[in-house]
Design a protein around this ligand. Structure first.
Ligand code: H79
Length: 592
């Protein structure tokens, strides 16, 4: 409830009360008006336990499947109409060619269920304006405008009910490139047929269709809005809210617009580096590089990548909404189904470490993998199995018990030191993607204090990736051999170390990193006090090796705690670098 109340003191008391009420009702989604925090938790419970859902982008864009006039159109497939400014009538012809006779709702739901996904969100209407359900608001829908004539949402609702999977709908409430008055995000109409009044579009198309999808398909678990663009004011968004009352338990995302926060944050195509403390959140992501089917997009992420994404997300307290893009025949492409099946096989064994868990207590400290927790236990998801068998865990609990999730009979040896516990793992990993160790701390987790690096006797200061505090939305600690800071695609992210300096003076600074063409040319600074060094990232044989580079001299004036910060000045490519360590070596040369 952050709506500004304008000068309440200048108003009469009645007006003030009215203003407060309006503000309270105006900024909240339907349920938030009345619900207590307990009721909110109860409404969110199934979603928080679910952790993994299936996104389905299905529409008549699967007919061109990424190709227009013989040209393969770059970018996300469901945007093809906009990208090529296809006239409305011409695009609408795809409806006549859309006859997905192989569509089988039971099979789709079975694929989701076997993948370990607990809910499905399907596009009821995307930006192209074509309704994938029987609507009375427009003839431009699957029942009236295609030879198929069936309502897949009805069939999916029934299949989900039978198989115990929750169903939710995606609905593009502002963008609509077909109906007069619909919005075009970041652009303008390209066909006279699109011209019209947005408010009329809202009243005649969006609001009635939202009411239909919340009325005609039984329980709707989620309403997933998208791209409010700049047209979705508070007053306009409010026209869609009354329908939400038809589904008192529905969960909405944060994309309605008009200042409505909804229930969930929705990072798209990325995993935030530390989640959204205090907010529910869900990363939506494609398996390849498109949401809607493109016949030639074969850039599928590996099962390893997808599973580690799921684990990473769970370790930060979020959900993974993983997309499939069915074909115009109604088939989930085999490479997608295959990866989902493999994820399901892992979850069948290790699901206890994902479902119903909450975020790791360790922040970004674990270089070897990720952690989730549930019922007082920690689940250690080991990505990089230690060659020496020693797994460091930054806790101080004295009575730790630990075992492999797949072998609870055999307890692992655990040595609790003064700054961490070390588990002795068997020689080989039970799983090549992620092996789960269950750790019972025997009481509340006692976190080891984050140790700050200390200047060594010889005067050298090592600022390692593992010791760094990573601030921002993308950069994070990665394992795989010696830890590094990678995934650094946002130039606003930065890295900071506190270090205990014993002997101040002048230092020669060098750093070890890996970079490929997507990082080369990035410029950064290293700052401590009033001292600044800068440098430019070079390609290290296509990122295949870590190399050491000299940066120059820095003076540290005083002993005690000193902060060193590394920031990005410019980033011409996709990412900044993979940073292993910053080395400060005393310039006077008396180090040993
Ligand atoms: O439904 C999926 C996307 O179609 C939708 N959200 C997910 C869940 C989405 N709409 N907009 N965006 C995502 C942002 C991406 C916009 C882009 Fe473009 C489309 C980039 C390139 C094509 C718009 C048009 C911005 C530049 C050209």
């Amino acid at each position: 409830m952050h709506a500004a109340i304008v000068r309440p003191l200048a108003m009469k008391t009645k007006t003030v009360i009215l203003a407060i009420l309006l503000a309270a009702f105006g900024t909240c989604a339907a349920q938030e008006q009345t619900e207590t925090p307990q009721e909110h938790d109860a409404r969110m419970q199934w979603w928080r336990e679910a952790r993994f859902g299936m996104f389905i982008h299905w529409g008549i864009y699967s007919v061109p499947a990424g190709t227009w006039n013989g040209e393969q159109v770059k970018g996300i497939g469901e945007w093809i109409m906009n990208k090529r400014k296809i006239p409305v009538a011409e695009y609408a012809r795809f409806a006549g060619q859309f006859n997905p006779v192989k569509f089988n709702a039971d099979e789709w739901v079975r694929i989701a269920r076997d993948a370990g996904q607990k809910y499905i969100i399907i596009t009821a209407k995307h930006h192209d304006g074509f309704a994938m359900f029987g609507t009375k608001a427009s003839r431009y829908n699957i029942c009236d405008a295609t030879p198929f004539r069936r309502d897949p949402l009805k069939e999916l609702a029934e299949a989900c009910r039978k198989q115990g999977i929750k169903l939710g709908f995606y609905y593009s409430q502002a963008q609509d490139w077909h109906h007069p008055g619909g919005a075009v995000k970041g652009g303008t109409h390209w066909d006279k047929a699109q011209d019209g009044n947005f408010d009329e579009y809202l009243d005649k198309i969006a609001a009635p269709q939202v009411r239909e999808i919340l009325s005609n398909y039984g329980n709707v678990a989620v309403l997933w809005f998208d791209t409010p663009s700049d047209v979705m004011t508070k007053e306009r968004a409010e026209k869609l809210l009354p329908s939400l009352k038809l589904q008192p338990h529905i969960i909405t995302n944060n994309r309605l617009g008009g200042g409505f926060k909804g229930d969930t944050e929705t990072p798209e195509q990325k995993i935030p580096s530390s989640g959204f403390p205090g907010r529910d959140w869900e990363t939506c992501m494609t398996i390849n590089d498109t949401w809607g089917y493109k016949s030639y997009d074969t850039n599928f992420k590996s099962t390893e990548k997808l599973l580690r994404n799921l684990i990473d997300i769970a370790s930060k307290g979020g959900n993974y909404l993983l997309n499939v893009g069915p074909t115009a025949e109604g088939v989930i492409p085999e490479p997608e189904a295959e990866r989902l099946k493999e994820m399901g096989a892992w979850l069948k064994i290790n699901g206890e470490a994902i479902y119903g868990t909450s975020a790791s207590p360790f922040g970004k400290q674990l270089a070897w993998g990720r952690c989730t927790q549930k019922g007082g236990r920690l689940y250690l998801h080991v990505f990089d199995w230690p060659a020496n068998g020693e797994l460091p865990v930054p806790i101080l609990n004295q009575n730790v018990k630990a075992w492999l999730l797949t072998n609870s009979g055999e307890k692992l040896k655990c040595v609790v030191g003064k700054d961490k516990a070390v588990l002795q793992l068997p020689a080989t990993a039970p799983d090549t993607i992620a092996s789960v160790v269950v750790l019972d701390p025997g009481g509340p987790v006692q976190l080891a204090p984050i140790s700050i690096p200390r200047q060594a006797q010889g005067g050298i200061i090592l600022l390692t990736a593992a010791d760094a505090e990573v601030v921002g939305s993308t950069a994070q600690l990665e394992g795989g051999g010696e830890p590094n800071i990678g995934h650094w695609t946002n130039a606003k992210d930065f890295v900071r170390w506190d270090v205990e300096v014993l002997k101040p003076g002048d230092f020669d600074v060098s750093m070890i990193y890996a970079a490929d063409a997507s990082s080369a040319g990035s410029e950064f600074t290293v700052v401590t006090g009033d001292q600044v060094l800068s440098g430019k990232i070079q390609d290290t044989t296509n990122g295949e090796t870590y190399l050491s580079f000299k940066l120059g001299k820095l003076r540290i004036q005083q002993a005690g705690k000193v902060t060193v910060t590394m920031k990005v000045i410019s980033k011409p490519g996709r990412s900044v670098m993979n940073l292993r360590v910053l080395i400060l070596k005393p310039s006077d040369g008396d180090e040993t």
